[in-house]
Design a protein. Structure first.
Lengths: 62, 500
């Protein structure tokens, strides 16, 4: 698979977690350390992976 | 002196500072549409990041999202962070928009679509979609300012006065120097937004005994708000997907932000814009949601959730001076969004409708003049819509819901945009049919309140428009030569810059 395809798969995986974990796994846990903490860490993972990709970009003249 | 006096004083100061910055930006204004609408594609990374942040984050955050959290709990955090996660797609779309924008000289995202599909009708259809659905979104910003000023002044400033102030500032800052004045005032406003909102959060958390005590109190007082589905039934999966799906694709579906992908002056500026925005967005989202939770503890029992912020700011624990500065911060958030919307809509009207369909031979000067006339006209339409909405109670007219509803309509352009970059077989007819049918479905379902199977209007529209785009495209002839040239160019250029 190409790097682009891997990045799309990773993004799809993040979206699957967005539904699966808070809505099915943590659904009855009424604590801050549940859906609130999950979504915070989850989005940090998304942000970190975006940084990982775009920090490799280099200057081009279109 | 009375609170009302200080509120007016603060507003006057803010307007004077914004006007000064806009006039300074005008000194650098060059000639032509590219300079007016895109700052000649020469914005640096820092200003781009702050401007993108201020344009994206609006009154919706400090009023709408705070209200949604107050009313429905942690699902509001998930919904808003789903948008931020969607920003991951910038690693695909930012370099693509930027590269083709520089190469082909596109002014608006709609012009890109017209050229790629070799049919002006595609851009015009997307332009009409934007004109129809961005009006409610713009109106929401105005409404937010009106409600806030009314709340802070204890009713002394009428909602309509706040709305008028927002309209006047938005028209001025988008007209004075186009994107240059918008971007500079945005940057100024983004700094106010984040600094003052963090300061209030500090005061609120301190009043509740620090973070540990705040979270303990949440778990004991409102445990049902810490899970999804919410105990009271306010969050269910259909609502979550219905609100989050349009938000997920906000970065490409909303032209006032996708147009910004044309403006960074270099790859370094692009990286700074994206990185800066992601950090800003994460901090600002957490602050807004924590405000909402703070309000559930400090001002419980409100009937209109959009009044959570004004009531929170009216508490004795918030010093009056800070409350007024925050009010200005939220006003800044609203105005920085609506001026960008006005500027984008004016460019879309001038380039994609006037030049694209009405008068193809119009000069650049004439095109610019048309765009400048559209700014106040769109502002007045948004103003009238805001006045109408401000009188409507209930969840359907909450700021967060209305904002997402606007993006639901714009979502119908997403298959067409994906097709432009990733599918050579996409055709103009497929694009137009999918956008028109999808938008009609969204409009009908939104106006009637109909939700078959519990699915929200944007979901139904998307479920229909995506296969329509594919099927109609497969049944019609694609612009083969252009598709090969456009996607072929990107393939080579992406490789050179190590983009993916």
């Amino acid at each position: 698979m190409t790097k682009t395809a891997w990045a799309w798969v990773w993004f799809g995986f993040l979206l699957a977690l967005d539904i699966a974990i808070p809505w099915y796994v943590l659904t009855s846990v009424e604590k801050v350390n549940a859906a609130f903490l999950f979504w915070t860490i989850w989005v940090l993972a998304a942000i970190a992976s975006a940084f990982f990709i775009f920090l490799k970009w280099r200057e081009v003249k279109p | 002196m009375s609170t009302t006096f200080w509120v007016w004083f603060g507003i006057g100061l803010y307007m004077a500072a914004g006007l000064g910055i806009a006039l300074m930006a005008r000194r650098q204004l060059g000639a032509g549409v590219s300079d007016f609408f895109l700052a000649n594609r020469k914005l640096g990374g820092f200003i781009s990041a702050l401007s993108y942040s201020a344009t994206t984050y609006s009154a919706f955050m400090m009023i709408g999202l705070v209200g949604l959290t107050y009313f429905t709990g942690v699902g509001a955090l998930g919904f808003e962070l789903t948008y931020l996660c969607g920003m991951f797609m910038m690693v695909f779309f930012l370099p693509r928009f930027w590269l083709v924008g520089k190469k082909y000289g596109y002014i608006s995202p709609m012009e890109l679509l017209s050229d790629r599909y070799q049919n002006r009708g595609v851009g015009a259809t997307a332009a009409i979609l934007a004109l129809v659905f961005l009006v409610p979104y713009g109106a929401v910003q105005l409404m937010g300012v009106g409600l806030l000023m009314n709340g802070i002044s204890g009713g002394a400033i009428p909602v309509v006065a706040g709305i008028i102030i927002a309209v006047v500032c938005a028209i001025a800052w988008s007209s004075i120097a186009g994107l240059r004045s918008v971007a500079w005032t945005d940057a100024f406003q983004a700094i106010i937004m984040i600094v003052v909102s963090a300061a209030v959060l500090g005061v609120v958390i301190n009043a509740l005994g620090g973070f540990g005590s705040f979270f303990d109190k949440l778990e004991s007082a409102v445990p049902g708000l810490l899970t999804v589905p919410t105990a009271g039934g306010s969050w269910n999966l259909n609502m979550f997907i219905g609100l989050a799906l349009p938000w997920l694709f906000f970065l490409i579906s909303n032209p006032q932000v996708s147009q910004r992908l044309f403006i960074p002056k270099s790859v370094t500026a692009m990286k700074q814009m994206l990185g800066g925005f992601l950090i800003f967005g994460f901090i600002y989202t957490l602050i807004s949601v924590l405000w909402g939770f703070g309000a559930t503890l400090l001002v419980p029992g409100l009937e209109n959730a959009d009044l959570a912020t004004p009531n929170l700011l009216a508490l004795p624990i918030i010093p009056m001076g800070l409350a007024i500065v925050v009010m200005i911060g939220i006003t800044a958030a609203a105005i920085s969004t609506i001026d960008s919307i006005l500027l984008t809509l004016s460019s879309v009207w001038a380039r994609d409708i006037h030049k694209g369909l009405i008068n193809r031979k119009v000069s650049e000067k004439g095109e610019l003049r048309v765009g400048q006339w559209v700014i106040p006209i769109m502002a007045i339409i948004a103003f009238l819509f805001a006045l109408w909405v401000a009188e409507k109670p209930g969840l359907d007219f909450m700021i967060a819901t209305l904002s997402s509803a606007a993006s639901a309509g714009l979502l119908m352009a997403v298959p067409t945009i994906f097709g432009a970059f990733f599918w050579k077989r996409g055709t103009a007819l497929g694009a137009m049919v999918s956008m028109i049918v999808g938008a009609i479905i969204v409009l009908v379902f939104q106006l009637t309140g109909w939700k078959p199977l519990g699915w929200w209007p944007g979901v139904w529209g998307f479920v229909v428009c995506l296969p329509l785009f594919v099927i109609v495209s497969l049944a019609t002839r694609p612009p083969k030569e252009k598709a090969e040239e456009f996607i072929g160019y990107l393939k080579g250029a992406l490789k050179k810059g190590r983009f993916i």
